[in-house]
Design a protein around this ligand. Structure first.
Ligand code: ACM
Ligand code: ZN
Length: 769
């Protein structure tokens, strides 16, 4: 899109470049033509001829506070504008007029740009905010003169809940980051920020009546040097120093800022589980009442939960909720409700008494009692309870709204029961999942949620009745922060997937087309650059797939990219990857060692990351191996020859290129068929301590000519080290050149890792050279 216009314009400019006056006019048109790329796509848009020049002489006519607030946001976001531009009268021309119009739907707006004036009509604050955000996206990316294209837009959202959840418990994020995120959400017309304020690993909101919640609960012992899931259990007597919390003043500032930007902040006060931070502060609200520590990392199962039998628990929670409701004016209050392991409730006298008194048959019903009781309290204050889909279990509270995370099933069921739902299925809406291949991404949860996958999500499930569909309020991206250790990574996981989701939730369904959207990605990236956002370019990444034909000893390589019809070019070995490199059109074969480079090209330049793959057809390729013990049946790769197929494993340990063992020692014998000259043997291994996968602590190589007598030629010892990341490594033992027919590889397992549990050994290739 951009190239076409650019070429035409460059030619035009070349022809008339002697006339600087005209050249300048062309410059203005170039700006406008290039940049009509609005995300989310407006419901209706007609583009005219000509443009409106928006500058410091433009008068802004806003008649009331609502209009002025929106106008001020615009002034703050655009260079060269200032608040001396307000005018109480409509001038002849060169003005921006705000008009309230009660025919316009909630959050909708109408925008008309003529060469003389801009008119923006809406019937509520959010409508005006969305209108000015559209203007912000019409301002040329390149800066300079602000020529806006003449056009008319009639726009309103498809869904009323367009959200993002930030988990500020697993890692704490400063207030400033929240404020910045609010502005960025507003830019893409999102309207709901869900703050996950409470979880096991940190209580993040000041509650005046219960100061220990933040004195104790907001801080944990720093074990950030270890993988989240490999952090040993904490001692309740050791004081935590790692964490933080928002004061009530901070919260007020966040809520006020959000409101200015058209965003409602929904607080989540988890219960009855995911509250170890609260139990650590006030053990008396748990069943066992024994001291516990704020955990430094992963905790499963979650058994230290609020006691559902003690009246004190409910008094405490109501007190907390009163302070929370004073701070958050939102209609909805999120009470969590997920993942409670209720074993303590089974044996607690108070809980058992409660069940008898209330005639409850099981602990699911006890949780339902808990949630219903809290709902009654929230309703008495004019609020609506929302919770994770576990609140369906044991019976849904009468007016509850359900946030469906375990797929869309919970949302389907709740809507069938006549309840409102917000869709946040893990599969598409968990932004803590990888958006590109794990090998090239910051550490994330497993899963694979690319930008196009997010874009293809629809909150409406086909099999829903019309009535059920009406109960779908919208959807929300959730960013759980176990692995989100800082703001840079948080931004990276949010962008650009959030703008993709914004279009799904705002634009009419018939206007959401991935091919059209993908043309807006390049301008989007330029805008994100300008906004100084650390975003991912993984949507431009090339991924490869390799198939081995064992009969022919050939690999078929196919290349892929998320963007339809993108220009993928590749180069083999020492060839240069440039605009003249081979254009990928179909899978190709290799049958000898090769390196492959590939990238997506736009305008003759590679965009995104370059894929680099190496295939080493080494001496053991395709040979027979015997294993003692045999590899685990859950990780059997492509079978016996997985380790000699020249295809390397990735950080995704389910990629069928890995064999794995839990055994203390593993011996693998390779038969090279005939006496073979060699100088090294190496193993490819992986470490992912969070998943219980550890590098071997010892790797030994023995050679033999007859398969009976083996002589050791080398070993590598490697003691255990904490490793936060997921890591691939090649361990190589080199020796004096010698001939052998049999090779024995001996691997020693770490056995007992510091966090407890077993240790896995993972191998993807044994290379002989
Ligand atoms: C959740 O992911 N436990 C809501
Ligand atoms: Zn109890």
């Amino acid at each position: 899109m951009k190239t076409k216009y650019m070429n035409v314009i460059i030619k035009v400019i070349a022809v008339i470049s002697l006339f600087s006056f005209y050249a300048c006019e062309e410059e203005s048109n170039r700006d406008t033509l290039q940049e009509i790329s609005i995300i989310p796509e407006p419901a209706e848009m007609t583009i005219g001829d000509g443009s409106f020049k928006f500058d410091s002489k433009t008068k802004i006519v806003a008649n009331n506070d609502m209009q002025k607030q929106a106008a001020n946001l615009l002034i703050a976001s655009i260079d060269n504008l200032n608040d001396n531009q307000f005018s109480s009268e409509i001038p002849e021309s060169n003005y921006l007029l705000f008009e309230t119009n009660d025919k316009i739907l909630a959050e909708g707006y109408e925008l008309e740009i003529t060469p003389d004036a801009i008119t923006i009509k809406a019937n509520d604050h959010n409508g005006f905010v969305h209108g000015i955000q559209t203007i912000s996206q019409l301002i040329p990316i390149s800066g300079g003169n602000h020529f806006l294209p003449t056009l008319t837009i009639k726009d309103q959202p498809r869904f009323q809940w367009r959200g993002l959840m930030l988990d500020v418990s697993r890692h704490f994020f400063e207030k400033e980051y929240i404020l910045k995120t609010i502005e960025r959400m507003s830019y893409f017309k999102l309207n709901t920020l869900h703050l996950h304020l409470i979880d096991d690993q940190g209580w993040r909101i000041e509650i005046k009546k219960y100061p220990k919640l933040t004195e104790v609960g907001a801080f944990r012992v720093n074990q950030e040097d270890k993988h989240w899931q490999a952090r040993p259990k904490n001692d309740p007597n050791e004081k935590g120093t790692f964490g933080g919390f928002y004061t009530q003043e901070d919260i007020k500032e966040i809520v006020a800022h959000a409101s200015k930007y058209g965003i409602t902040v929904i607080p989540e006060i988890e219960m009855p589980a995911h509250v170890t931070s609260a139990i650590a502060s006030y053990p008396e609200f748990s069943c066992l009442e024994t001291p516990v520590a704020v955990p430094s990392g992963g905790l499963w199962p979650i058994t230290d939960i609020y006691c559902a039998g003690k009246e004190g628990t409910f008094e405490f929670l109501e007190d907390v909720l009163v302070e929370v409701m004073d701070l958050f004016p939102s209609k909805y209050i999120h009470i969590g409700g997920d993942e409670a392991t209720k074993t303590n409730w089974e044996t607690c006298d108070d809980c058992q008494n409660r069940m008898k008194q209330e005639g409850l048959d099981n602990t699911e019903e006890l949780q339902s009692y808990f949630v219903k009781r809290i709902e009654k309290f929230l309703n008495s204050k004019g609020r609506i309870l929302i919770g994770w889909d576990e609140i369906l279990e044991g019976g849904l509270a009468p007016g509850a709204t359900v946030m469906s995370w375990r797929g869309t099933k919970g949302g389907w069921e709740a809507s069938e029961q006549g309840h409102d739902v917000v869709m946040t299925p893990e599969s598409h809406m968990y932004f803590n999942m990888y958006q590109g291949e794990a090998d090239h991404e910051p550490l994330a949860f497993g899963g694979y949620t690319t930008m196009s996958k997010v874009y293809h999500f629809d909150p409406i499930v086909d099999s829903m009745s019309a009535e059920q569909k009406n109960h779908v309020l919208g959807a929300q991206a959730n960013l759980w922060s176990e692995y989100i250790t800082d703001e840079d990574i948080s931004e990276y996981m949010i962008f650009p997937r959030l703008p993709a989701l914004a279009e799904v939730l705002w634009s009419p369904k018939n206007k959401t087309d991935w091919t059209n959207f993908s043309k807006k990605i390049n301008p989007l990236f330029q805008r994100l650059d300008k906004m100084d956002v650390n975003y991912s370019k993984s949507v431009y990444a090339v991924t490869s797939n390799s198939q081995l034909d064992t009969a022919k000893n050939e690999l078929t390589i196919s290349l892929k990219n998320e963007i339809p019809n993108s220009e993928i070019r590749y180069a083999l070995n020492d060839d240069e990857l440039n605009a003249e490199a081979t254009k990928y059109t179909a899978p190709f074969l290799i049958n000898e060692s090769a390196t492959i480079q590939a990238a997506v090209f736009e305008n003759g330049k590679p965009v995104g990351r370059t894929l680099e793959k190496e295939f080493n057809f080494h001496k053991a390729f395709g040979k027979n191996l015997s294993y003692n013990p045999r590899y685990h049946k859950s990780y059997s790769g492509t079978g016996n020859k997985t380790l000699v197929n020249v295809i390397r494993g990735s950080k995704n340990f389910h990629d069928k290129q890995w064999l794995a063992w839990l055994s203390p020692e593993v011996e693998i014998i390779m038969d090279m068929v005939e006496s073979t000259e060699m100088t090294s043997v190496s193993i490819g291994s992986m470490e992912n301590q969070g998943s219980g996968i550890y590098f071997p602590i010892k790797f030994e190589v023995f050679l033999s000519s007859d398969g009976g007598q083996f002589d050791k030629v080398g070993e590598i010892s490697r003691p255990f080290k904490n490793n936060v990341l997921s890591t691939l490594e090649h361990f190589k033992i080199s020796f004096e050149k010698q001939n052998a027919q049999f090779i024995k590889v001996k691997i020693t397992n770490l056995g007992s890792p510091p966090k407890g549990g077993g240790a896995w050994i993972f191998l993807d290739e044994i290379t002989v050279e």
